[in-house]
Design a protein. Sequence first.
Length: 295
Amino acid sequence: MLTTPAPSYSHNYDASLMERLLFRVAKRWVAGYNTDEAIDAALDTNSHGMSAILNFLGEDTTDAKLVDMTVNEYLLLMDLMHARKVHGCVSVKPTQLGLTIDYKMCLQNFSRLAARARELGQFIWLDMESVKSTEDTIAIYLDLYKQYDKIGIAVQSYLRRSASDLLHIIECGGKVRLVKGAYHESEEHIFATNEEVNANYSKLMKMLFESNNYFAIATHNSALIEEAISMSKNTKFEFQMLKGIRDELKHGLVSKGFTVAEYIPYGSQWLPYSVRRIMERKRNLLLLARSLIQQ
């Protein structure tokens, strides 16, 4: 007699278990899956004297329907932040809003967010992505900035072109978040060593302190933070750091009277973001190992 073997669920079970374990670790860096969890995380950040920068995870979207869903997600998020009295703003990747598909689509979608931000009196940050989109991102930003001035853009210190880009943005009155950059690029576009990236960060930071524009220093590097403090005097700027990283440093800066914002991502695309966080530091790998052992 022929019998049908019982179906094997071990592979799906193992995958599900690993996802649950990874999400336990990921909760250090991401708020959760949905807007309610994002708002709760933002309010917790506010309770520690910091503002919140919320980001709905995702990038390189090539499906127009998904782009529309993302725009609506951000509009909902902005409304919820206003209703729940969250002190903070949103940060958006241009390729989430259609830049990979069409430049004009992306600009129109950002214009929708900017119009809502104007109604609510909220700020918007544009994230910077890979070098292939740098030119278009800056062009979109400067166009948006003419419509609404509570908008900022990230500039990456690992790109060789950033000094020229930063000078142009400063001359236009724009607001900048200075970051190091985390995308894999060819050496023709980037500084190859940490020493070069940090040296360029320092150079760009001095340019920002010499400008009259509001800006953000987004780094976890103690030496660069101390350098910023030494130049601060009466300059209006803020420190920005990722959720779950160097919390003691954030609280120390708040206690000294500095403005600090915490970048809080959320959404179903938490896994690739979290893998980057896990691989960044040995401490994060130990955190993952400890979660595996505890099961």
